[in-house]
Design a protein. Structure first.
Length: 411
């Protein structure tokens, strides 16, 4: 996208529909954030190693390897509105499974519940991101995707303290079903609201060719999409590692020795600054290309992750909070850059980017193995490596935008 276009063209948005989509992301953010609360609590409850505890992320993110293509076909046939209603209903059903999982004390049933909830979240990501991009003029697509993703960050921000209090309560037990019971009721209500709303029932123009091999073959025409999917794989691994081990990092006696409640407070700060900076960064797209911003914020992540992994001081908890500043715009910007300018291929491109989210299942076990062997602090070198690739992708996209601008000027 050209910077001049952003400056000179008005960005019109369908705000009523956009806020409804944003409410979906609010709940999706809370559901995803619960993984970060569930991992340390179930690690203690079931006496798990770090590697065993990362089955939580594996159960949640493996869904993205299986369902994005069928979901993309589903959306192409029934449209975005039906897709979102179905997504919220599935999330509600999955959340309800945590009640029997708690009653029979079954870690396996917890993983099944997470898998089902993740199907709903995957459907949200495949449907809601491109829908947000369509709810207004093309020039404002970056702004709208970042706007709805801010609500996801708000969901993340509200969850750590509230989720921890609901899980631990006043008696000191671990009632892990309570926050999911609340989320299940909320997602069901949102499904009903969307059903009766005037949300546009957009449907993709293309309904054929929803096989992974065919999508990969067609995607070669769009290098920003292909490399965007690769980078999304590493980014989601980095995000799952950063937040998933956050509480255990601060509980580690070699780092800060915080209680679970105190660590949850800092995780809340992490998500709050991510939400605030994510909202403020929307205005930066008026002055910088998305690729350049991605590279700058990625460099900030690498710097802070190195400090988290290799230093010992009273500043370490604040380095962790600072990660929220730099991670704030990374996901929506990678997603936006990946589907930029791909036209009717947007639905399939969105599915491909969502398949890449399976990276969230791959990297946490690697970090968990390092944490079991060498300590949780040094394990933060894993997400640090991932963000090096994100910097390269940002620079690649920035150069593409410069080349595109030059071609327009020469025409």
């Amino acid at each position: 996208m050209e910077i001049e276009n952003l400056k000179n063209k008005p960005m019109k948005h369908q705000w009523k529909s956009l806020f409804l989509v944003a409410s979906v992301f609010l709940f999706a953010g809370s559901i995803i954030c619960m993984n970060d609360i569930l991992l340390p609590s179930l690690k203690d409850l079931f006496h798990l190693t770090y590697v065993q505890a990362t089955s939580i992320q594996q159960s949640f993110y493996l869904v993205y390897l299986i369902f994005p293509i069928p979901i993309a076909f589903f959306i192409s046939r029934y449209g975005y509105k039906v897709g979102l209603i179905t997504a919220m209903a599935i999330c509600s059903l999955g959340c309800s499974l945590f009640i029997p999982a708690y009653l029979i004390s079954s870690y396996a049933l917890v993983l099944i519940a997470l898998f089902m909830v993740s199907i709903g979240v995957t459907l949200i990501n495949v449907a809601a991101n491109p829908l947000a991009a369509m709810l207004g003029t093309p020039e404002g697509a970056f702004v709208r995707i970042n706007f709805v993703q801010v609500f996801s960050r708000i969901g993340f921000s509200l969850t750590p303290i509230l989720g921890t209090r609901l899980i631990y309560g006043e008696g000191g037990g671990i009632s892990f079903y309570r926050p999911y019971m609340t989320l299940g009721i909320g997602t069901l209500l949102i499904a009903v609201i969307i059903f009766f709303s005037l949300l546009p029932a957009f449907k993709p123009a293309m309904t054929q060719g929803f096989s992974l091999l065919r999508i990969l073959k067609e995607a070669k025409r769009y290098p920003q999409l292909v490399w965007g999917a690769v980078v999304m794989f590493f980014y989601m691994g980095a995000e799952a590692c950063t937040a998933g081990f956050f509480i255990n990092y601060l509980k580690d006696s070699n780092v800060s020795g915080f209680t679970a409640g105190k660590a949850a407070e800092f995780l809340t700060y992490y998500y709050i600054v991510a939400s605030v900076v994510g909202l403020l960064s929307i205005y930066l797209f008026k002055f910088f290309s998305p690729g350049k911003l991605l590279a700058i914020f990625g460099a900030g992540m690498v710097t802070l992750l190195l400090l988290c992994a290799l230093t010992h001081s009273s500043w370490n908890p604040y380095y962790m909070v600072g990660l929220g500043v730099c991670i704030s715009l990374v996901f929506p910007t990678i997603f936006s850059l990946g589907i930029e300018g791909i036209g009717a291929f947007t639905e399939k491109g969105s599915a491909l980017l969502n398949i890449a989210i399976v990276g969230g299942a791959v990297f946490p076990p690697i970090q968990g193995g390092i944490a079991d062997a060498f300590g949780v602090q040094i394990s933060y070198l894993v997400p640090c490596f991932c963000f090096l690739l994100i910097i390269i992708y940002g620079l690649f996209c920035h150069q593409r935008s410069i080349a595109s601008r030059r071609r327009v000027q020469m025409a």
